[in-house]
Design a protein around this ligand. Structure first.
Ligand code: PLP
Length: 371
């Protein structure tokens, strides 16, 4: 990861609170006990930096990590505790089986082809290889269907041809606790898993971990976004602490006359004189262009609306609400923090906090609050 220093001229500072991250892990682990809590660290730990996040979670006691791709597993393996298990959610791509084994990663086998290829490699090396198997309990994204399972059972001995360490599935509607699909998927998951030999089971992501019915937790939960500070069920009280804070630097402040346009396309043109501050964050930093004329920054409790379109490297704010001189070049405004949580930014952008986090990019000065 490139590290830009704040004093060295980055446009904004991203603070990542590893203490809060680990507290979130412990809160989840306690809430789901006696089930175990894994950590989903795919997509560079949702943009926050898997090289720092995963070791911190390892120190907090986590021993089960999930990434999406082998390439992510290869980077992470050396940074994890020796006894940690590292699962690859997308399984193993054709031709990558040997590399997956060498990385000491456990593929989540999603299709009959993946199962067959992994079993074949185990026969070649003369020992059953560890594997997780995913069944499709209703999301139709990844995993074996009932017919797939029955066909495989006729040709593969799941007790000896591989070492089945986890049977898992994924909930489509876990962020909506009342959604009837949740219980249907739970029942379907049980029925499909029962066709396979006994193995530990996993169904819940962050939302699933906090569903009122403990049965969703099974033996292992797989939270991602809640570790990174997002409440599992939007709008409900939650024990999850925010993990990120983002502050942007003011580059320049100006006063414009009534009717003067601001930014590309001149889409913001207030009919009163206004004061405009330009800050050093843009869509190349994941501050989505959808926030043009919609989002805001904050100074203390004062909302400073985005004026005009988001540019690649800068954004204009209407700071007329502030007293003259309250903001000058070099000062900072809050983009994510106590006045503007991640969830609010996502709502303004018409998306979900996951997309804001994973878009943040690499130009920020990153500061770590150690656990
Ligand atoms: C991304 C992912 C998770 C984590 O989901 P969150 O909603 O971030 O908690 C868990 N399981 C699977 C299969 C995933 O793809």
């Amino acid at each position: 990861m490139t590290q830009t220093s704040w004093t060295g001229g980055a446009g904004a500072r991203l603070q990542i609170d590893l203490e809060a991250l680990c507290a979130n892990y412990r809160v989840i682990a306690e809430a789901v006990s006696p089930a175990r809590a894994a950590a989903v660290v795919k997509a560079d730990a949702y943009g926050l930096g898997a090289d720092r996040v995963a070791p911190a979670l390892g120190k907090a006691g986590c021993r089960d990590f999930f990434v999406a791709h082998l390439s992510e597993a290869e980077q992470l393996r050396p940074l994890l505790p020796e006894d940690a298990r590292l699962f690859i959610l997308n399984g193993v791509y054709p031709g990558a089986e040997a590399a997956c084994m060498e990385a000491r990663a456990i593929p989540v086998l999603n299709s009959p082809e993946q199962v067959r290829a992994w079993v074949a490699l185990g026969k070649t090396v003369g020992r059953p290889l560890e594997a997780a198997v995913q069944v499709d309990s209703g999301m139709s994204r990844l995993g074996l269907s009932e017919d797939d399972i029955d066909a495989l059972l006729a040709e593969i001995d799941f007790r000896h041809d591989l070492s089945l360490v986890l049977v898992m599935s994924h909930l489509a509607c876990a962020d909506e606790p009342e959604h009837p699909a949740n219980r249907l998927q739970l029942a379907r998951f049980g029925a499909l898993a029962n066709r396979l030999p006994p193995a530990p089971r996993s169904l819940a992501n962050s939302g699933g971990s906090f569903l009122p019915l403990p049965a969703f937790r099974q033996d292992l939960v797989r939270p991602g976004v809640s570790l990174y500070g997002v409440a599992p069920h939007p709008g409900q009280p939650s024990p999850i602490r925010p993990v990120v804070r983002l502050d942007a630097r003011v580059i320049q402040v100006r006063t414009i006359p009534a009717g003067c346009g601001v930014g590309y396309g001149l889409t913001y043109a207030p009919d009163q004189p206004a004061r405009i501050a330009t800050i050093g964050v843009g869509y190349a930093d994941g501050w989505l262009r959808a926030l043009s004329n919609r989002g805001a920054a904050y100074l203390g409790g004062v909302r400073l609306p985005i004026a005009g379109r988001v540019s690649m490297d800068s954004i204009c704010l209407d700071i007329t609400a502030l007293p003259e001189g309250a903001l000058k070049a070099g000062d900072v405004v809050e983009l994510i923090g106590p006045n503007q949580p991640l969830e609010a930014v996502a709502e303004d952008a018409g998306t979900i906090p996951y997309e804001i986090l994973t878009s943040l990019g690499h130009r920020y000065a990153r500061e770590w609050i150690e656990a």
